[in-house]
Structure formats: structure tokens, C-alpha cells
Design a protein around this ligand. Structure first.
Ligand SMILES: Nc1nc2c(c(=O)[nH]1)N[C@H]1C(S)=C(S)[C@@H](COP(=O)(O)OP(=O)(O)OC[C@H]3O[C@@H](n4cnc5c(=O)[nH]c(N)nc54)[C@H](O)[C@@H]3O)O[C@H]1N2
Ligand SMILES: Nc1nc2c(c(=O)[nH]1)N[C@H]1C(S)=C(S)[C@@H](COP(=O)(O)OP(=O)(O)OC[C@H]3O[C@@H](n4cnc5c(=O)[nH]c(N)nc54)[C@H](O)[C@@H]3O)O[C@H]1N2
Ligand code: SF4
Ligand SMILES: [Mo]
Length: 883
């Protein structure tokens, strides 16, 4: 017997339903919810590892004032008094909130209401500025409302799926799995991937366009011209439902396929192949993400994509539409409540009518009348001393904002920094005067909206740990203590949801896309049981609505959509002889953002364990960089260290570095320290995919790995990277200064006292050292001039099952398994812990399909996230048989 519980995954914007089964022994089993429309039972590797991130290690469990634990009363009084004092002395513009698409809608609604309706400034912006802001501008300009037209089913039903600026296989894995399955079932479907580098997503591409970074607008504008030239326009649709057609087509007419090919640095045949697919296919979906949005002309790129769909009439029908896929679990919810500094609430803006309407609804004493500071401006205003108090909730800006060193510096100088967090140590929380412990996933209650406008419940299945409280509660308490008790007397999140729903329907009459007015009446019980539903939910769509614009009516006053002439521009951050390479940044399969949660799960860190820099082998050779060596990347803003990964799938002239690593996990690996704070003028979104950098070798005299039972901080002045291992500490390290006496160095930094030490001296000052206490391994250390080749799994297991006999002990000292088996290598399949070397061996022994590998090793048979990598390994190794 077990008790099942339905909730929603806290990671990506796919918004998968998750079932939690509590077994009789109390253990929790996480699986995909078969009834949820987003995933129908599937989960990706991050979702299926959720159970491994629930322990309380590293959690913030008590409010803290200047590092001291205090009561909630003390902490809340301090926040309220100190915010009120700044407002009294310097006005409401001197305070700001910086929120997150990882807050629940109910939390977000309260934060927005407090800042915009009661403090009276619009200085609340969010990490969605770094993520969705360009997409929002694109939709608003085209449709008159921030409305995503499509649903996931459209991707499955399309004849042509265009994935641009999206590494769907890694960033939205369950959508990717749905696409893979649909393509198998509908072999006529074609998939085009547009990305400067060859990603795991290219695995299913019929056509990959490795375009020049930042050049997408030219490709889509050229495609529009192609439609016009090849009878591809839907004239009836344009006549009845759109405006701006003529000017847009005239601007596009300058973009012949030849000019597009030259601008995008693509072979003409590939450009033509793409254009021909457009004219040959009945239905298209364009799925776009950060490779489009994170650009100084991101909003225009979004409109170039939407123009094409409007012109071809590929919108508002099954299998068609421009689909901006959201990143965070509640990026969409943030847009709904108005959690951006240039929106008011519930899709209303700063025009006189909306201001009046929201003021009446909230009975707001001091409503904001103009947009506030957006994310990048906000931290610049903190640095300039204009903003004197900032409250950061659910985001880690010292890591994720561009020019992150300046952000860190700004926070250091700011008179009041409040951080609401679930973790005690993050790069941002370390700079806070007041830390407020928030409830984490599994403990909190509320709702989120995914990429296809589907509102789902996150439900609590764990008790609140320590003194942690819900974000909405913390905000309401502060509001009450600032004197706004009547408007913030919420006792339960369902009351907030109900108010939010009522505001969305308030004097709406079909004018605003976001309308869930029908959900305003839900009582606590009904809200608890609310089933996933896609907005709008109103009189016209009482059961929700899967696909928008089927009737050709848009949200501009005249009911028509707009095409917008676009002038393709190259990135603002241009390379120079001093900074000759383009730094592209993004995500890896198994980590989430700044790693505060996924960085806890050992199996999620075995796939990629260090910050890395993917570089084309020829660029590497030119710079004298060897594969797997350490490199230093620098820009005019900052520098970092990473491990070089030579990869011919990288475009020449550009390198890729993951956004995830930060001060908690590595010595100097925050990539955002290098990114210029250059933003799109229309959306305020930073150009995080295009920073000019220099990459050079970082010569070291030694490279080492250490595994230890004790929790000890890494030494300063060296390169180190922490690898999550359940109860052990594991660092990869390297240093530029030679070390004369390793045992003394270890003694100084890692405490060898009381250990029996066994060593093996190697050539060129290499040393392996095992420290024992009472028959148990306490420490294992391996240093060489090159990266030591170790069987990490065997070493880790020696901590659990100490080697007894001489040969086993010698094997441990050598860093090998006792069985003589080859080391497992980097984990490719995280679900079953299957390493690269075992997979290669199986391929060489005859497993030449993913099915055969699955049957032999189980890899790829659970969440499927590693299938693209398995295929790649098969391609690389199937022909090489073992002799
Ligand atoms: N595993 C994992 N999944 C996640 C997240 C995570 O942290 N980890 N985060 C979530 C969030 S918040 C977001 S926003 C999404 C982001 O999801 P994605 O946008 O898919 O992820 P990214 O890796 O940031 O970038 C996507 C691709 O854009 C490409 N790109 C760079 N420049 C250009 C260009 O000029 N043109 C084109 N066409 N492509 C370009 C990059 O090479 C990269 O492969 O992922 C969500 N899902
Ligand atoms: N160079 C570069 N930079 C980027 C990007 C890129 O592609 N390249 N992508 C950008 C994008 S798209 C995004 S979305 C951002 C993401 O960047 P961030 O938002 O900074 O990253 P997270 O690690 O998700 O931060 C969330 C924080 O909230 C905490 N948290 C989790 N749950 C809760 C909760 O319930 N309540 C509270 N109060 N706290 C909680 C987590 O522990 C964590 O510290 O990064 C942006 N930065
Ligand atoms: S695809 Fe996204 S929402 Fe679904 S399980 Fe994976 S991380 Fe969670
Ligand atoms: Mo994002």
C-alpha cells in the first residue's frame, strides 16, 4: 500500500505532472503523472532525480540577521522597518524587489501587489527579464497581448518543426521526447534545427543550419520574402486578420536567399532547403528559446518569426504557430501577475485606464504610474546608490546576471539586502544582511503556469522544515508590518489565487488575453483539487482553451494581428582582435541554473562534473590549447577558468560555456562575470549568448583529485571544482605553483592527523596517497602533471567497502577497480549510472542500436534524456571493433 500525491515538477517550463508515492516505510518514490497533459507519465533525468534533492543538507532553516539566527518577528520587523525608513527618507523609487519565475503564482502576485499598489513604485523585476522579456515584446507587438498561441500537441501534429535557439533535448526534454515519438509515428514530419553549434537536439534534425551567431532575423526575414515569391502567402488571412503586411514584405524583399546565405554564413543549398520545406509543408511550428531571446535584437527576432507565421497563415490551427517555450516552471505565471517592471498586473500596462482599474480593484493607496527599473538597470541603480534597499527572492543574481562581478560589488555596497532563499549558502545569499528561509518544492502550496498556458498545482507532501515559511506568507507579513494589513490579510494561498483570478476577469470583456475569471470563485477545497487547465478560463472557454486565435481575432483594438518590418542586425557585442572569439552560454542536461538543488545529486553531476569550454579543435590548436587542459577565458568584464573540450560540432570562432557553475562549486567559474550588460532596447533582455572573449591556455604544474570523508573547503589560490558525492567531499584540483612536499600540503589543507598513510610515488613528482583510520578509507588523493585517469566509482566504493586484501589495496592506491575492469568513465545514462566506457565496450561488442544498448546495459530505457548521446557514441564507435 502507498499514498499517491500529485504535484508539478519545479524545474523547466514543460511543467510535467509528478506523482509522489509514499511507501509504507516512509520512503518517497517520484514518477511521472500519467494523467497530466504535459507529460502523460514521462519525466526527464532532473525530474526523476527530484527525490534525491529533498534532504535538508545545506538548507536555510532559520531567519538570519547579519549572520545571527533570529526569530521571525525580529526578522520581519526589521525588513518592514528598514524598507519603510528608506521609503520615508528617499521615496518609493529607492527600494526594489528582484523576483523569479521559480516563485509560485500566489507568491508572485503578493510581491507585485505590494510593490506596485502599496509601496507605489514599479521596481519589481525578475529573472524572466533574462529569459522571456524579448518573447513578451514580440507577442505583444504582434498580437496586442502576451499570448502564446500554441500547445504541445501542435508540435506533435506539425509537418515541419523548426527549433531555433533551443536545445530542446537538454532544456525541455519531455517536449523533445514527445517530438521524437511523434516523428516516429508520422514519418512525413520534418525537423529543422537552427543553432550555431551542433547540439544533442540535432540528433533528430533532417536539416541543421549552423548559422552565424545572432543572424536568425535575416534567415526568417529571407524566408518571408521566399513565401512572397513562391505563392506561399495566405492572402485571405492577411487581408482579414492582419495589418502591416505591405511594409513588412517590402522590408523583406531585400533579403534574397543569396544575401541570407552570406549574412548567416550558411551554404546557399541549406538555406534553400529550409525555404523549400516551408513552401512544401502544410503546418509548421517554430519553437524558439534563449538563442533567440537573449540578444540585443531579440524582440525583433521574435517578430521576424511571428511575421513568417502570420504571412503563411500558420497560426491558430492544429500543428501551427510561433511557440516561445518558457524556461522556468512559472515564467508564464510571472507574466500573468505582472511580475515585470514594465507591466502592471494581469496583462495590464501603465496606461491611465489600466492604472485606474487596478487601483480600484486593489484599493491601492499609492499605485505606481510608470514602469520601474528592469533587472540590469536595477542592479546598476543599486551600484549608483539610487536603490538603497533590495529584496531578492528565488533567484541568484550574483551568478546569473550579466556583468556578475559588478552585481556582486553593487550588493556589497547596498545598505540593505534581503534574500529569501531555500539554501543557506549561495553566491547571493552570502551578501545579504537579512536571510529569510523559504519553503522549498514539496513543502509549499500554490500554482504554476507552463509553456502551453497550463495552470497546474504544486502540492506539499513534506512538512515545513525548521522555521521555513511560504514566500507569500513572508511577503504578506512584511506588508502587514508596513501598515497594509487589510489588503494582505491572506490566510491561505487559495485566497490569493482567487483574487488574482478575479483581477484577470475584472472589466476584461475579451480585451485582455489572460482571463481566468471563472476560477475566481474556487474555494479552498476546490483550489486544492484544481486539475491542470489551459487559460483563458472564462465564460467563452469554461474548460480552458488549448489553442488561441482559431477565430482570427487578436488583442489589438482593431482585432487584427500586426506584421512588423524587421531590419536584421548582428549582435551588439562584436569580436575584436583582442577578444576574437564569441562566447555562447547555456545549459547542460543534468544541471539546473546555479546548481543550488541539482548540484546536490551525485548522479546528476557524473555526466559533466566541471565547468567546461567547448571549442572547435582548430581554434584550440590555434591558441595552443590541448583537449582536457585548463583554459582561462577573459573579456573586458572578467575572467574564468574551465576545462577545454575540443568538439568539431562547435562552430569555428565561437566557444560554449555552461551558465551553471558558481562560487559554491568552483574556484573561478561564473561565466556571467564575462558577459557585457548590453541589452535589447525594446525588451531590456541581455545579450547572454554573445560575448567577445579571449581563450588561452592556463598552464598548470599539477592536476589532482581528492576524495575525503570530512567536509573541508578547497584551498585558495588553486583551480578546484567540487563534485557532488553523497556523503563524501570530492574535488578536482590543479595548481600553477609546484608543490614540493605533498604530504605537508595535504596536512595543511586537508588534515592528515591520525591517519595511517599509504603512498605510491610516481614519475614526474606524481603521488597517490590513501589515508586510513581503523581500517576505513578517510582520504584518497591522486596527483600527476596530467589529469589522473581514475576509476572514480571504484574509489568511491572503497569508502563504503574498505578493500581488505593486498591486491585490492594496491588497486585503490593506483586509482583503479580491483576487478581490473575498465573505469566506467563519465556517466552518460544518469538514471542507471551507465558510464561512457562501458557503453563504448558494448558498442564494440556488437550493440549497434540504442535498443540493443538498452537491452544490454539498461542505458536510455528510463527517461531517454541520454538517447542522443548514445546514438552519437554508436556513430563514433560502431565501426571500431575490438581486436
Ligand atoms: N537542464 C536544464 N534545463 C533547463 C534549464 C536548466 O538550467 N537546465 N533552465 C530552463 C530555463 S530557465 C530556460 S530559459 C530554458 C532555456 O532553454 P534553451 O534556450 O534551449 O537553452 P540554452 O542552452 O540556454 O540555449 C539554447 C541554444 O541557443 C543556441 N544559440 C546561441 N546563439 C544562437 C543564435 O544566435 N541563434 C540560434 N538560433 N541559436 C543560438 C545555443 O547554442 C544553445 O544550444 O531551459 C530550461 N530548462
Ligand atoms: N550567461 C548566461 N546567463 C544566464 C542565462 C544564460 O543562458 N546564459 N540564462 C538566464 C535565464 S534564462 C535564467 S531563467 C536565469 C536563472 O538564474 P537564477 O534565477 O539566478 O538561477 P537559480 O539557480 O534557478 O536561482 C533560483 C534561486 O532560488 C532558490 N529557490 C528555489 N526554490 C525557492 C523557493 O521556493 N523560494 C525561494 N525564495 N527561493 C527558492 C534556489 O535555491 C536558487 O538560489 O539565468 C539567466 N542567466
Ligand atoms: S522536462 Fe522539465 S518539467 Fe518535465 S521532468 Fe524534466 S525538468 Fe521537470
Ligand atoms: Mo530562463
Amino acid at each position: 500500500m502507498s499514498a499517491a500525491h500529485g504535484t508539478t515538477c519545479p524545474y523547466c517550463g514543460v511543467g510535467c505532472g509528478v506523482t509522489i508515492d509514499r511507501q509504507n516505510d516512509g520512503a518517497l518514490a517520484v514518477s511521472g503523472d500519467v494523467t497530466h497533459p504535459a507529460n502523460q507519465g514521462r519525466l526527464c533525468v532532473k525530474g526523476s532525480a527530484l527525490g534525491e534533492t529533498l534532504d535538508l543538507a545545506g538548507r536555510l532553516l532559520q531567519p538570519q540577521l547579519d549572520g545571527r539566527a533570529v526569530s521571525w518577528d525580529q526578522a520581519l520587523d526589521q525588513v518592514a522597518q528598514r524598507f519603510s525608513r528608506v521609503i520615508e527618507q528617499h521615496g518609493p523609487q529607492a527600494v526594489a524587489f528582484y523576483a523569479s519565475g521559480q516563485l509560485l503564482t500566489e507568491d508572485y502576485y503578493v510581491a507585485n501587489k505590494l510593490m506596485k499598489g502599496f509601496i507605489g513604485a514599479a521596481n519589481i523585476d525578475t529573472n524572466s527579464r533574462l529569459c522571456m522579456a524579448s518573447a513578451v515584446v514580440g507577442y505583444k507587438r504582434a498580437f496586442g497581448g502576451d499570448a502564446v498561441p500554441c500547445c504541445y500537441e501542435d508540435i506533435e501534429q506539425a509537418d515541419l518543426v523548426i527549433l531555433t535557439g533551443s536545445n530542446t533535448a537538454w532544456a525541455h526534454p519531455v517536449v523533445y521526447q514527445r517530438l521524437v515519438k511523434a516523428r516516429r509515428q508520422r514519418p512525413q514530419m520534418r525537423v529543422v534545427v537552427i543553432d550555431p553549434r551542433e547540439t544533442a537536439t540535432c540528433d533528430i534534425a533532417d536539416l541543421h543550419l549552423p548559422l552565424r551567431p545572432g543572424s536568425d532575423a535575416a534567415l526568417f526575414t529571407g524566408a518571408l520574402h521566399w513565401l512572397a515569391e513562391h505563392q506561399g502567402l495566405d492572402s485571405a488571412f492577411l487581408q482579414q486578420h492582419a495589418g502591416g503586411t505591405e511594409a513588412t514584405l517590402a522590408a523583406a524583399a531585400e533579403w534574397s536567399p543569396q544575401r541570407v546565405a552570406a549574412f548567416c554564413e550558411l551554404p546557399l543549398e541549406r538555406v534553400l532547403a529550409f525555404f523549400q520545406l516551408l513552401t512544401a509543408s502544410r503546418d509548421w511550428v517554430t519553437l524558439y528559446s534563449m538563442g533567440i531571446n537573449q540578444s540585443a535584437s531579440g524582440a525583433d527576432k521574435c517578430n521576424a518569426i511571428i511575421n513568417l507565421h502570420l504571412a503563411g497563415g500558420r497560426i491558430g490551427r492544429v500543428g501551427s504557430g510561433p511557440f516561445s517555450i518558457t524556461g522556468q516552471p512559472n515564467a508564464m505565471g510571472g507574466r500573468e501577475v505582472g511580475g515585470l517592471a514594465n507591466q502592471l498586473a494581469a496583462h495590464m500596462g501603465f496606461n491611465a485606464e489600466d492604472i485606474d482599474r487596478v487601483q480600484r480593484f486593489w484599493q491601492a493607496p499609492r499605485i505606481a504610474r510608470q514602469p520601474g527599473l528592469n533587472a540590469v538597470e536595477l542592479f546598476q541603480a543599486v551600484a549608483a546608490g539610487q536603490v538603497k534597499a533590495v529584496w531578492i527572492m528565488g533567484t541568484n543574481p550574483a551568478v546569473s546576471l550579466p556583468d556578475a562581478d559588478a552585481v556582486r560589488q553593487a550588493l556589497k555596497q547596498c545598505p540593505l539586502v534581503v534574500v529569501s532563499e531555500v539554501m543557506a549558502a549561495t553566491d547571493t545569499a552570502e551578501l545579504a544582511h537579512i536571510r529569510l528561509p523559504a519553503l522549498a518544492w514539496g513543502e509549499k502550496e500554490g500554482s504554476v503556469t507552463n509553456s502551453e498556458r497550463c495552470i497546474s498545482r504544486q502540492r506539499a507532501f513534506l512538512p515545513p522544515p525548521g522555521a521555513a515559511r511560504a514566500d507569500w506568507w513572508i511577503l504578506s507579513q512584511v506588508a502587514q508590518r508596513m501598515g497594509y494589513g487589510a489588503a494582505f490579510g491572506y490566510r491561505h494561498p487559495s485566497e490569493i489565487f482567487s483574487e488574482h483570478a478575479a483581477l484577470s476577469g475584472f472589466e476584461n470583456h475579451g480585451a485582455r488575453a489572460f482571463d481566468i475569471g471563472l476560477l475566481a470563485g474556487l474555494d479552498r477545497q476546490q483550489w486544492r483539487q484544481m486539475k491542470p487547465v489551459q487559460w483563458p478560463v472564462n465564460g467563452q472557454h469554461p474548460d480552458g482553451c488549448r489553442r488561441l486565435f482559431s477565430d482570427g481575432r487578436f488583442f489589438h483594438a482593431d482585432g487584427r494581428a500586426r506584421l512588423l518590418p524587421v531590419t536584421p542586425r548582428l549582435p551588439q557585442n562584436a569580436v575584436s582582435p583582442r577578444y576574437p572569439l564569441v562566447l555562447n552560454t547555456g545549459r547542460i542536461r543534468d544541471q539546473w541554473h546555479t546548481m543550488t538543488r541539482t548540484g546536490k545529486a551525485a548522479r546528476l553531476m557524473r555526466h559533466l562534473s566541471e565547468p567546461f569550454c567547448e571549442i572547435h579543435p582548430e581554434d584550440a590548436a590555434e591558441q595552443g590549447i590541448a583537449d582536457r587542459s585548463l583554459v582561462r577565458l577573459s573579456s573586458p568584464y572578467g575572467w574564468m577558468l574551465a576545462r577545454a573540450q575540443c568538439n568539431p560540432g562547435q562552430r569555428r570562432g565561437s566557444v560554449f560555456v555552461p551558465m551553471h557553475w558558481n562560487g559554491q562549486f568552483t574556484a573561478q567559474g561564473r561565466v556571467d562575470g564575462l558577459i557585457p550588460p548590453v541589452v535589447d532596447a525594446d525588451s531590456g533582455q541581455p545579450e547572454s549568448k554573445h560575448a567577445p572573449v579571449r581563450v588561452s591556455p592556463w598552464p598548470v604544474s599539477w592536476q589532482a583529485e581528492i576524495f575525503l570523508r570530512a567536509e573541508i573547503a578547497a584551498p585558495k589560490g588553486i583551480y578546484w571544482s567540487r563534485v557532488a558525492q553523497d556523503d563524501l567531499t570530492h574535488y578536482i584540483m590543479a595548481g600553477q605553483q609546484p608543490v614540493e612536499d605533498w604530504p605537508a600540503w595535504l596536512q595543511q589543507h586537508f588534515m592528515l592527523e591520525g591517519l595511517t598513510v599509504q603512498t605510491a610515488q610516481l614519475a614526474q613528482r606524481g603521488l597517490h596517497l590513501i589515508g586510513w583510520r581503523q581500517g576505513e578509507v578517510q582520504l584518497a588523493f591522486y596527483v600527476r602533471t596530467q589529469v589522473p585517469l581514475l576509476d572514480r566509482a571504484a574509489i568511491l566504493s572503497a569508502f563504503e567497502h574498505p578493500p581488505i586484501g593486498g591486491p585490492q589495496r594496491l588497486a585503490l592506491l593506483a586509482g583503479r577497480g580491483a576487478s581490473g575492469q575498465p573505469a566506467a568513465g563519465a556517466t552518460v545514462c544518469s538514471c542507471f549510472g551507465v558510464g561512457e566506457n562501458r557503453i563504448i565496450a558494448a558498442i564494440q561488442a556488437g550493440c549497434h542500436s540504442t535498443e540493443a544498448l538498452g537491452a544490454s546495459l539498461q542505458c536510455g530505457t528510463n527517461c531517454g534524456s541520454c538517447l542522443p548521446e548514445l546514438k552519437k557514441l554508436i556513430q563514433q564507435h560502431a565501426s571500431q571493433r575490438v581486436a
